[in-house]
Ligand binder design. Sequence first.
Ligand code: COS
Length: 379
Amino acid sequence: MNFEQNENQLMIAQMVRDFAEKEIRPHFMEWDESQEFPVHIFKKLGELGLMGVFIPEEYGGSGFSYFEYITVVAEIAKVCGSIGLSVAAHNSLCTGHIYYHGSEEQKKKYLPKLASAEWIGAWGLTETGTGSDAGGMNTTAVLEGDHWVLNGSKNFITHGKSGDVAVVIARTGEKGATNGTSAFIIEKGTPGFSAGKKENKMGMRASETCELIFNDCRIPKENLIGLVGEGFKQAMQILDGGRISIGALSLGIAKGAYEAALKYSKEREQFGQPISKFQSIAFKLADMATEIEAAELLLYQAAYLKNNKKKMTKESAIAKYYASEVAVRTANEAVQIFGGYGYTKDFPVEKFYRDAKLCTIGEGTSEIQKLVISREILK
Ligand code: COS
């Protein structure tokens, strides 16, 4: 395995850094305070080719691999986790689901719009009563003539309100049966499809999280993705890839917090010297640096397997589990290094700390990752 970033990654990293400094850094606290989802930023990211990173050029995407995708998400998250999360959800969940499982017709219809960010994508699996137990969902889809009729709701959905199109998994068969669910494409404005409550969150506040409601929502028969009964397995495969992007999000947050703490520790003086000279601080930085590098290597391993179309259920779960816990530990130590100032909103580390926590929960909690990993190694 090559440990050097490829030319595309170096170019993308610089482009994202320039964009983030100009367009995101000056505003992210404002968006965080008001929970504003800055749609215009995603339109600009679409112009840069970052909303369809691994979608082939024939469908309007950038045609990059998962290596470049990790770079995009991590570099954005170094500045703002919320924007990183929305980019990740748009790319790997909604857009990725249509790309990996959609028909040629569906790909041609939706991918160019999603990759350019003309449309923002949402993805609905979770429900109020079924988070970790995703297969137990209650939202139903029933075939009536040429239409599927959906009833129920999905919650904690990224871009639930602002999304122009959603991929939704609903029950089409028996509860508990592996083949009891199917995946559908639903466009905003479809009668019976609406957004519900927007969540007021601890972190990731500029990434919109909403409920989706289906009330006798009729969608054309051809909006089914793949075959009837494939919904759960498709969703699990999408999450295998999605977990790499949450790992990348975690990596970016950890790096952002670490770099801020490193800089501060060299500037802040106590007892007549920079606090970085104290072993208690220097060792914290050493632990942070070690864990960040380990997280990055795990992510590249998972991305390598994904790029080579190899099964990576275990590796993506390991990378996501480890990187997200590292993000929380690193952000926690960064706040500690900043001391009282770290607890204020004048410095970015309190936001890294709040944003990091989502990474151990979203797209499968750390406990679910351990379940997935242990099942794989005990098979
Ligand atoms: N890829 C392909 N197929 C998979 C798969 C994967 N990664 N994981 C599971 N499957 C298949 C299994 O092989 C099984 O198929 P068969 O019945 O044909 O053997 C089927 O799916 C059911 O799998 P399993 O029995 O493992 O399902 P469980 O109900 O026990 O659930 C977990 C498995 C807990 C891993 C799953 O529900 C999960 O990931 N939950 C967390 C959901 C989540 O991350 N939500 C966050 C969404 S935020 S965007």
